[in-house]
Design a protein around this ligand. Structure first.
Ligand SMILES: Cc1ncc(COP(=O)(O)O)c(C=O)c1O
Length: 462
């Protein structure tokens, strides 16, 4: 025991054997103090049922979306593909701790070791598997930063499905290499808004220079899937089943923190739709709900401050109002966030499970400006070596804020954050940062009230 502890004190990486890969996903719905409110049909105002969703999703995923079971078994075929990169490493960020001179201990779980470079394939593989099992031959989806599009392209390639990706135009232009990666895995890709769907054409008619947004790209991908028998729609975040698939991250991290002989006082992740944050945080929230004290912090951009400034309301998940009404923190479905470089965080809403947990006081949120976030990213790269994705850099920045506050208060924390992806395809963003060209955009009040006007008249959650 003494020997193990001595070794752990100097150890940097905490690794699990392939045989220790979690065999089940954790479903936080079974433990939530307040049940999430139902998703509503916009026409009837009634909760949506399986038949409403069947044109878009396979039955197994519709079942997972509403399941109250605490755990759901991961199919063997999915585990086999997970084993290409899972379990992922957990690091003690000793060099970062030294660089900032903190008394706190900082750990991070690194999801950038997956082939597409982020946490996204944890759900992409599962979704492709269930769709194939139920006879679909093609999937359509949207992508912001390109991480999700490349993850789904990768999963479809390995499972044997066709894939069509609508990529937010600003990212399509900023990240030609993500585009090529998506093509290398055999998917078809188009810039959104595109001329290929009614939703895309309508936006282009009104705003020919639209930089696109996740809300618009979702409209296009949903329209594509709804119009074809062979095609299902696949979403990379927000939905309950997507967040659940990501919980392999936190389950592994729990075991790895035990190897390190530590337990986090603070768990941190960046939030776009909420999937990587949930993946790390939900297994720890299970402990918090059971009585353990943990501060759980969600980090978002000031340009798209969904959790810190949005309303908890029923809203559409997409811009063209094709999806059901979702109870979530939202900035309004027609809000187009400024074209900041963390493309994966440019979404007007957030997962209903996270929204409810924020309302219940189990999660808190902060918003940051992008130049501060990039400064933290560069500090991290200079000490730990890994160049983070701009999205993940929000979690790094949050971690540095928490460590600083603890030091100022003369306290010591054990902090765990999710490094959701690497930034090797985000070099244009780093180029802009180094050239001093990044704009700091905080959403202004006038635009926020305008955008929130779009949800007036929609049902109000209890
Ligand atoms: C590396 C990375 N982290 C985080 C996100 C945000 O998504 P989510 O909130 O679903 O984890 C993205 C989305 O594209 C991403 O690529």
């Amino acid at each position: 025991m003494q020997k193990t502890r001595t070794r752990a004190a100097g150890q940097t990486k905490f690794l699990l054997d392939e045989s220790e890969l979690p065999r089940r996903w954790y479903n936080i719905r079974s433990d939530m103090p307040t049940a999430p409110q139902p998703v509503l049909h916009p026409g009837t105002g009634q909760p949506v049922g399986p038949d409403d969703l069947a044109p878009l999703f396979p039955m197994e995923l519709i079942g997972q979306e509403v399941s109250e079971d605490a755990e759901i078994a991961i199919p063997d075929e999915v585990l086999e593909i997970y084993s290409l990169w899972r379990p992922t490493p957990l690091f003690r960020a000793r060099r970062l701790e030294e660089a900032i001179g903190t008394r706190s201990r900082i750990f991070y779980k690194y999801e950038g070791v997956s082939p597409p470079g982020s946490h996204k394939p944890n759900t992409a593989v599962a979704q492709a598997f269930y769709n194939k099992q139920e006879g679909r031959t093609r999937l359509s989806t949207e992508t912001g930063a390109g991480q999700w599009g490349s993850a789904l392209a990768f999963a479809c390639k390995l499972i044997g499905l066709e894939c069509k990706v609508y990529m937010v135009k600003i990212s399509y232009e900023q990240k030609p290499n993500r585009r090529s990666l998506i093509q290398a895995w055999g998917a078809e890709i188009v810039a959104s808004p595109s001329e290929e769907t009614q939703s895309g054409r309508a936006i282009l008619e009104e705003h020919p220079d639209s930089p696109g947004s996740l809300g618009i790209a979702i409209s296009e991908a949903v329209e594509d899937a709804a119009g074809r028998e062979d095609t299902a729609y696949s979403l990379g975040s927000v939905l309950n089943h997507v967040l659940m698939h990501q919980t392999v991250i936190g389950q592994e991290a729990l075991a790895q923190m035990e190897l390190a002989g530590a337990f986090p006082d603070v768990v941190i992740g960046c939030v776009g739709g909420g999937s990587n944050f949930a993946g790390l945080a939900f297994p720890f929230l299970r402990e918090k709900i059971a009585g353990r004290e943990i501060d759980v912090l969600a980090c978002e951009p000031a340009a798209c401050p969904t959790l810190t400034r949005g309303l908890f309301a029923y809203d559409f998940g997409d811009t063209s109002k094709l999806t059901p009404l979702v109870p979530m923190h939202t900035l309004g479905h027609d809000f187009v966030p400024a074209p900041i470089h963390a493309g994966g965080l440019r979404y007007h809403g957030v997962a209903p499970l996270i929204s409810q947990l924020v309302r219940d006081g189990l999660i808190r949120a902060e918003a940051y400006l992008q130049n501060d976030v990039f400064a933290s990213a560069v500090l991290f790269a200079g000490s730990e070596g890994i160049l983070p994705a701009p999205e993940a850099a929000h979690a790094i920045h949050g971690t540095l804020q928490v460590a600083k506050a603890a030091d100022e208060a003369g306290e010591e924390r054990t902090i765990l954050f999710n490094l959701s992806g690497h930034g090797h395809f985000d070099m244009a963003a780093y180029d802009n940062y180094f050239a001093g060209n990044l704009q700091d955009v905080a959403l202004d009040e006038a635009e926020m009230s305008r955008a929130l006007g779009a949800i007036e008249g929609l049902p109000t959650p209890a």
